[in-house]
Write a protein that binds this ligand. Structure first.
Ligand code: ASP
Length: 336
């Protein structure tokens, strides 16, 4: 399953970490009323798992992990590992598209219900970046390890070195090189990042996100996916959110943190995802017609939401023993 042209013509210019720019407005809005909301109605059937895109194998694995009596953290890790190991998924783990120099580099993060988090950026030669991120969280005093240091830590933790560039991803990259003349154009079918949120039967929430980022990206480029607060955020008192799409835009609005903060102010997961997308598209210089961003979110009651700029974004859910995939509502309605 590939969603072609998910991000079109996105420019690398202006990429950066504009952390902290987008929360002023939300602080001015509604008063904090999460306690009332949480107490006000019954919880949805738990446990449940949601994921970006159509990843039934991953959500099934997460569900099975719950059935084995394991935690929400185990569920999201095991679920994400399914896609990391899938050689046909060219945007995650083994078999992922390389950067424009031919190197596969992975970004990944994980967060538990206690607010602990771990992240790896620019990790090479290791399929299960999400498990390395978990190790960073659990076995080091740090949140994030990058590049060679992350790789070295992975080997010390028992991970095996692997060549992640498959024959077919190498061939696709070589074809891309001819056409693109090495220009960093990001209009590639490269957007199957898996972000996963799980709520256990007690209502405790964990999340994970793992990706190779944009195909044929500039060497060294890191997106939102391993950045806590941008690609993923979990606040066990409120809920959690995870992003996919053009990471630069998610980082500039600290997107997942924003979604959770909007839920804290009383918005439903659906309303919060919509508002976070509106923050991106309402910027005066936003080029939003040419790129995609999608969010999914869950709150403490187990209510879920998802929203994107363009159509064709979807959310997978495993709940009550059933796997579903639902097209998300989206901002640009006039699109055919
Ligand atoms: N958000 C990812 C990134 O910008 C890409 C994606 O979701 O496909 O690296």
């Amino acid at each position: 399953m590939k969603r072609r042209n998910f991000i079109k013509n996105a420019s690398l210019s202006g990429v950066g970490l504009a952390i902290g720019t987008s929360l002023t407005n939300c602080a001015e809005k509604a008063p904090i009323k999460n306690e009332k909301i949480i107490a006000s109605s019954e919880k949805a059937s738990l446990p449940l798992v949601i994921a970006t895109w159509n990843f039934p194998n991953a959500t099934t694995k997460a569900w099975e992990t719950f059935q084995e009596g394991k935690s929400a953290l185990d569920a999201v890790e095991q679920g994400c590992k399914v896609e990391e190991a899938d050689l046909n998924n060219t945007t995650v783990g083994n078999g992922a598209s390389p950067d424009r120099d031919g190197n596969v580099t992975l970004d990944s993060c994980i967060m538990n219900s206690k607010g602990d988090c771990g992240s790896v950026v620019y990790l090479q030669n290791i399929t299960h970046a999400i498990s390395v991120a978990r190790k960073v969280m659990e076995d080091t005093p740090h949140v994030m390890l990058a590049g060679k240091g992350a790789e070295q830590f992975a080997y010390e933790s028992g991970f095996k070195k692997e060549d992640l560039l498959t024959e077919s991803s190498k061939k696709a990259w070589e074809e891309w090189k001819v056409k693109s003349e090495y220009k960093p154009i990001i209009n590639i079918e490269n957007h199957d990042t898996i972000g996963m949120l799980a709520v256990d039967k007690n209502g405790d929430i964990c999340g994970a996100c793992t990706t190779s980022g944009l195909a044929y990206k500039m060497a060294g480029r890191v997106g939102d996916s391993p950045i806590i607060g941008a690609g993923l955020f979990v606040d066990n008192e409120i809920g959690a959110a995870v992003a996919t799409g053009l990471g630069e835009e998610v980082m500039k609005t600290v997107g997942s943190f924003l979604v959770v903060e909007l839920m804290r102010q009383g918005k439903s997961p659906q309303e919060a995802c919509e508002e976070a997308i509106k923050r991106i598209v309402s910027k005066p210089n936003s080029n939003y017609k040419n790129f995609q961003v999608g969010y999914i979110a869950v709150n403490k009651k187990g209510e879920t939401g998802s929203y994107s700029i363009h159509k064709n974004f979807s959310m997978s859910k495993f709940q009550d023993g059933k796997n579903t995939n639902t097209q998300s509502d989206y901002f640009i309605k006039e699109e055919k």
